[in-house]
Design a protein around this ligand. Structure first.
Ligand SMILES: Cc1ncc(COP(=O)(O)O)c(C=O)c1O
Length: 376
């Protein structure tokens, strides 16, 4: 790679951090739906769920309108309620913890690992109490967590695992797609994820009865497949929500799933290019990607020294960077003060995300690498 000297004048345009991937087939798929009777939850929702199930080899897939909704339903199905504790990572989106609060339970933060920024199973063990009802690991940036270790801890104590796989669609852990290792896994099709339905989500579950209950809960608690009279149909026994996916989103999801391999391959190519170009740059540390798993590469995170200077320098050259999410314990609603999490404390001033999306060209990536290599 030729490393040219950059000048600020080179910044004729901005290289954005994110850019949504929308399949070229999405418009026609939407047009098809608009000509039919079903724009709400209709037959395409079931078809999209079937395709998702086969694609990722998961027993049950229940589509919803967001990953946040999927997480909320999973917490209910896991029996999380008033006063329970749910262990999760501090380095995540507020959307991971808000549903814990919806259940009037308490998010408890376990520290992360210094190499891959994912929740540390040993820290989970240290954090468990008699009130722990569930563990909620997040596959940060798309790199799978230590699912075997986390599920072993949960099984031993009779508690549930709910995976937040909002970043991890298409990721692989020890030879299997993310989605079938734990009782519950939650995916996102929000605007800037690998593929998008605008907003949308999927809850995968191992247990058939739990899937049936989830289908009711996403529609006010009503069994939409009930074939008897209307009084029978509205025998609502449990408080549900309006969390379902509609046929417009399902139609987009199906065509986007067809493109996921290509999207994943392009994202992996960009990440490989970054990793090669940045591997020996003073002041930059790469985040570990483990060999027994395959990241979905949603974010490209690195650890940098003097992050504010780094961001300023890249911004001068039209390159967007972001933390994307801040540690959740500092949110006032979650306590508003840093808890004793030594690894999170050490990495907090260092982690940063560089642009990663399918609209990036190799020239864009090389320009970003060259800019970083010149120092900040
Ligand atoms: C880790 C994580 N969990 C959950 C969500 C929520 O996803 P959604 O916007 O589909 O509700 C996000 C959103 O980006 C996220 O980053």
């Amino acid at each position: 790679m030729a490393h040219q000297v950059q000048t600020k004048q080179t910044a004729q345009r901005t290289i954005p951090l994110f850019w949504p991937y929308v399949s070229p087939k999405a418009a026609a798929a939407l047009q098809d739906v608009l000509g039919t009777r079903w724009v709400g939850q209709g037959p395409r929702v079931e078809r999209a769920e079937d395709e998702f199930r086969f694609r990722f080899n998961v027993p049950h897939a229940v589509s919803v309108n967001s990953c946040t909704s999927a997480l909320h339903l999973a917490l209910i199905l896991a029996g999380v309620r008033d006063g329970d504790e749910v262990i999760t990572t501090p380095l995540t989106c507020y959307a991971t913890v808000a549903p814990i609060l919806y259940q009037r339970a308490k998010p408890v933060f376990a520290d992360i690992r210094p190499d891959d920024l994912n929740i540390d199973p040993e820290a989970i063990e240290r954090t468990i109490t008699d009130r722990t009802r569930a563990i909620l690991p997040v596959h940060w940036a798309g790199e799978p967590c230590d699912l075997d270790e986390i599920n072993a801890i949960a099984r031993e104590r009779g508690i549930q695992v709910i995976e937040d796989a909002a970043h991890a669609l298409g990721a692989v852990y020890r030879g299997r797609f993310i989605g079938a290792a734990s009782p519950f896994t939650c995916f996102s099709f929000q605007a800037i994820k690998q593929i998008t339905t605008g907003d949308g989500g999927m809850l995968t579950v191992l247990d058939e009865a739990a899937a049936e209950r989830a289908r009711k809960l996403r529609w006010f608690g009503i069994d939409r497949n009930f074939k008897g009279d209307i009084y029978g149909k509205f025998q609502i026994e449990e408080l549900g929500f309006k969390y379902h996916m509609n046929d417009l989103a399902a139609a987009i999801l199906m065509v986007e799933l067809e493109d996921l391999d290509a999207v994943g391959a392009r994202r992996a190519e960009i990440v490989a290019r970054y990793r090669q170009g940045l591997k020996d740059v003073p002041g930059v540390k790469l985040v570990t990607q483990r060999e027994d798993r395959k990241s979905a590469n949603w974010l490209f995170n690195i650890l940098v020294e003097r992050r504010a200077d780094f961001q300023r320098r890249l911004s001068d050259f039209g390159i967007e960077t972001s933390l994307v999410h801040i540690r959740c314990d500092v949110y006032p609603i979650l306590g508003g003060r840093r808890q004793a999490l030594p690894v999170m404390d050490a990495l907090e001033p260092k982690y940063i995300a560089l642009p990663l999306h399918c609209s990036l060209t190799n020239e864009d990536v090389d320009f970003i690498i060259d800019t970083i290599r010149q120092g900040w």
